[in-house]
Each structure stands twice: as C-alpha cells, then as structure tokens.
Design a binder for this molecule. Structure first.
Ligand SMILES: Cc1cc2nc3c(=O)[nH]c(=O)nc-3n(C[C@H](O)[C@H](O)[C@H](O)COP(=O)(O)OP(=O)(O)OC[C@H]3O[C@@H](n4cnc5c(N)ncnc54)[C@H](O)[C@@H]3O)c2cc1C
Length: 418
C-alpha cells in the first residue's frame, strides 16, 4: 500500500477512489462502524432520514456527474420546488428567476435596483480575504447582505454571515472571477438538487464497493515519522507504514494526530471552529402548498434559534410512506439554542408560527449533529494556508473546511487536488 487514507466520509472515500484510478494502492480507515461520516441514510418507520446532506447539486459534465457516472450510482431529481424565507412573520416566496425578483416583496425597490447593478461592480482581487457579508454588500448591495443573505447562509452553515469569510462559500469568488456573479452563474449554468436512489448514504456505500480495502471500526490513534520518508500509523491494534497519509478528517480530528509530528499545522487546523446543530425529523399530514416544496429558511433575527425546515419527502419520496409529509427542522447552530427549543413541543410551536395549518406530528425523531459543520470565520484562509504549509512531506489534509461546505465543493476540490 502506498497511501493510507484516514476517514471514510465522502471526502476520504472519493479521494481513495481518485487515487486508485491513478493506479495507487490505497487503504481507508474509518473510525465508525459504517462508512459515510455525516452522509448516512438511516431507516425510520417505513422510510428513512438523512443524518447529513439531503441532496447534492448536480449538473451534466461536472465533478459530481463524472463520479456518479463512473461508479454507476443511479440518482433522481425532485425538480424545482417552491422555497420561502420567513420574514416579517410570514413565509415569502423566493423567486426562481430574476424577472420575478422585481415584483417580490422580499426586498425593497431600492435593494432590487442596486442588485441589478451587480454586473457593473468592479472585480476585486482575491487578496486580501474579504468577509462574506462585506462581499455581498459590495457586489449586490447592503440590502441583500442584511435582508436575504442571513437566512441563506443559516441554511448552509448555520452561522451568521457577519462572522464568516468569503471562503465559507468558495463558489461566490469563483463566479466573481468571471466578471460578475451574474456572469459566473450564467456561464456555469443551472444546477439541480439530486438524490441517489436509496438516499445520500448510497454514495459512500457505492464508493467503498469500488475500493479494495476499507476498514471500518478502526480509528487512527497515532502518527509517527520513520526514516526514509515513510510514516507509521497505528490504532486498534493495527499498524501500517505507508509512503503517504491523507487525513480526510475534520480539522479538529486532524489536529489531534498532527500534534506530535507537525505542531504548527496542528495549531492552525485546531483553531478552525465547528458548529453543532439540532435536527428534528417529523411526520405530518401533507399540506398542499408545502408538500411539493424545498421548504423554508427563517431570517435569523426572527427565527431566534429556529433556522428553518426542509421537506425531505419532496426531495426523495422514499423518505416517508405514501401520503405523509416529512419535515426536517434545523435548530441552534452558531445562533445558540433558546430553552424553548430543547424539546419537540417548542420546535412544533415555532413551526406552527410559520405554518399555522400544520398537523400534530405523527412521529418525531431528534438527532444532534455535534461539531458537524465547519465555521470558516474571517481569517479562515490564513488558518488553512498555515495548516497546509506546515504539513510534512507525505502528509495531506482534505476536508470540507478546505474545499467548501457542500458535497459539490468537495468533489470539485478533490478533482483539482488529485
Ligand atoms: C446536517 C448536515 C446537513 C448537510 N446538508 C448538505 C446538503 O444538503 N448538501 C451538501 O452538499 N452538503 C451538505 N452537508 C455537508 C456535507 O454533508 C459534508 O460537507 C460532508 O459530508 C463532509 O464529509 P467529510 O468526509 O469531509 O467529513 P465527515 O463526514 O465528517 O467524515 C469524516 C470521517 O472521519 C472519521 N474519523 C474521524 N477521526 C478518525 C480517525 N482518527 N481515524 C479514522 N477515521 C476517523 C469519522 O468517523 C468520519 O466518518 C451537510 C452536513 C450536515 C452535517
């Protein structure tokens, strides 16, 4: 074996798959009993829940498409569902196309007019690193940064955009580099949310099937440098001495292993904060306007810890038995969790504030996603660069904290990396 990959989440497995395609002998170690990391589909009363991603953004001819095709992963798209932002006490539709934006009550007329000027805003060099809110205010105007951005970012990173670096959503800078966001989006085309047949958890399962050695229930505990540019990794009574070790781990886990061999790298990666979030899955009688929609996000100052709810039974009908609407509500994150949102009763009360016609839940399930989402705060670029620069030869670190938060970002980042 030439490369040992630590971490059998989607990052580690997809990295292993790429290396294997290049003819390298790879082995993957995963600490949990099953592969997937946050990408797992768990059975639930005649359907299932996702522990992490609900879907992945797909387009023909992209990294996601190439990987799905190469491993023979069938997938489907629910199409374009309605979506809303909860603001001013009501759910306001988010227009799918720019013309509808002009008559949307989501933003003031001044904000909309300022947005239209985006193609004429000068492109700024990538350095110095800009804040996410400042970037959006500069390109689309302060109204978008304060009225629309917070709910969108809460739906991806469960954190307020004022805290975050532009590197939190790398696509934005990539689009700007093409002249303007409008131009970048136009050139890259429309992405569709897709879900593999059987749920997101099928992606890591299928990847693992294509790999020769994936060990589960095996946590790497120690990393040591050996003479002759080799490494020793040990854990769970097993020892390997590969030429290369890839840490496909959250930054805080990578930092633990790197401490003794690369303290500078460990300190930089260990300083990247992560966000925890509570997820409530619930089943209800279908509501005509909600059942075929993506769901809604709440403007954070109004949500006060309730970030919004998605409709997984629309994204993937196998999620729930026929005639049942399944919701997934997001609580807390970097906004904190008020006491009333500790229990389902409080979550349901908040849900009904926005969707008064919602029936009493027929089934409820709670999951706590601890330190599940990286929080690329301002200064993130320097932390990642310092972490990577101080890595010894033969060690690499791959993560959504490096490539971007979504599965699409990871798979695109890995193609460039490999
Ligand atoms: C609630 C939630 C919703 C999300 N929704 C979406 C979405 O809709 N769309 C989207 O594109 N993305 C979404 N994401 C993001 C996406 O799921 C993640 O970016 C991605 O799954 C991260 O994968 P990873 O392999 O980098 O990390 P992880 O999934 O964290 O995998 C790391 C793996 O390393 C293992 N490990 C840790 N330490 C060791 C060790 N010492 N030795 C061996 N193994 C170890 C862990 O057990 C874990 O399996 C969501 C994430 C969450 C949490």
């Amino acid at each position: 074996m030439t490369t040992l990959i630590l971490g059998g989440g989607v990052t580690g497995l997809a990295a292993a798959w790429h290396l294997q395609q290049r003819g390298e002998a790879v082995e993957v170690w995963e600490a949990a009993p099953t592969v997937g990391g946050w990408m797992k589909t768990l059975p639930w009363e005649g359907g299932h829940i996702e522990t992490g991603p609900q879907g992945v953004l797909w387009q023909p001819g992209t990294a996601v498409d190439r990987l799905f095709t190469a491993i023979g992963l069938p997938f489907k798209s629910p199409g374009t569902g309605a979506r809303w932002v909860g603001k001013g006490g009501h759910l306001i539709p988010v227009p799918a196309a720019p013309p509808a934006l002009l008559i949307s009550p989501l933003m003031s007329l001044g904000t909309k007019l300022r947005m239209m000027l985006e193609p004429f805003v000068k492109v700024r060099p990538a350095e110095p690193e800009e804040g996410l809110s400042a970037f959006i205010a500069r390109r689309l105007g302060p109204g978008v940064a304060t009225d629309l951005l917070p709910a969108m970012v809460a739906g991806i990173l469960a954190a307020p955009p004022e805290l975050l670096s532009i590197d939190a959503i790398p696509k934005l800078r990539q689009w700007e580099a093409q002249g303007s966001l409008f131009n970048g989006i136009r050139k890259s085309g429309v992405s569709h949310m897709v879900v593999p047949e059987g749920g997101m958890g099928q992606l890591p399962i299928k990847l693992a099937e294509h790999l020769p050695v994936v060990r589960t229930g095996l946590r790497a505990e120690r990393l040591e440098a050996l003479p002759g540019r080799r490494w020793r990794v040990s854990g769970g009574g097993e020892v390997r001495e590969p030429e290369r070790v890839v840490l496909a781990l959250p930054a805080f886990e990578a930092a633990l292993l790197l401490g003794p061999v690369a303290p500078g790298s460990a300190a930089a990666l260990g300083s990247i904060p992560y966000t925890s979030v509570d997820l409530w899955h619930s089943r209800h009688a279908p509501l005509p306007h909600l059942k075929d929609s993506f769901g809604f996000l709440i403007h954070p100052p109004e949500g006060q810890g309730y970030l919004g709810s998605l409709v997984p039974s629309w994204m993937d009908p196998q999620t729930a038995p026929a005639g049942v609407m399944q919701l997934r509500s997001f609580i807390g994150g970097a906004f904190g969790k008020p006491a009333d949102l500790e229990a389902w009763e409080g979550v349901q009360t908040r849900l009904r504030h926005w969707v008064p016609a919602l029936s009493e839940a027929s089934a409820v399930r709670h999951e706590y996603a601890e330190r599940a989402i990286p929080r690329p705060e301002q200064g993130h670029r320097a932390r990642v660069a310092a972490g990577l620069e101080a890595l010894p030869t033969g060690i690499d670190w791959l993560s959504n904290a490096r490539f971007g938060p979504g599965v699409r970002d990871i798979l695109e980042g890995l193609e460039a990396w490999v």
